[in-house]
Design a protein around this ligand. Structure first.
Ligand SMILES: [Zn+2]
Length: 121
């Protein structure tokens, strides 16, 4: 006798279309509203520098809002902080890093597949 779920959608675990892991183990960033996997190419980033109290900060905007369970933005911020050896914060989906790293970060995110552009002056 075939398995209980033979021939039904429950026969196999439903896997992530991106990493092919079962959804329970998938850590791909997903859109907060649609649940779709967020790919770098669909998140055009704008990277600008601002001057605050005489000091530059680099602001990275344009990440899509993640679902709570798959929020990879804190990890992205950690990696950036260690890459450029500067402090930084996360405000919603906007990353801020201390210092002027605009051009370097545009290149960094382009290499990761994000359509990243410098913005502002
Ligand atoms: Zn996945």
């Amino acid at each position: 006798m075939p398995g209980l779920f033979h021939g039904t959608p429950l026969e196999q675990p439903i896997t992530c279309e991106h990493c092919a892991k079962p959804h329970a183990h998938c850590a791909c960033p997903r859109d907060r509203h649609t649940g779709q996997v967020l790919l770098p190419k669909d998140q055009p980033l704008r990277i600008r520098r601002e001057q605050r109290r005489g000091k530059f900060v680099t602001v990275i905007a344009g990440f899509a809002a993640r679902s709570e369970r798959t929020d990879d933005l804190p990890a992205i911020l950690r990696q950036l902080k260690s890459k450029i050896a500067a402090g930084g914060t996360l405000d919603g989906t906007t990353l801020e890093l201390q210092g002027d790293h605009r051009d370097r970060l545009v290149e960094h995110f382009k290499q990761l597949g994000y359509p990243a552009k410098p913005a502002g002056g």
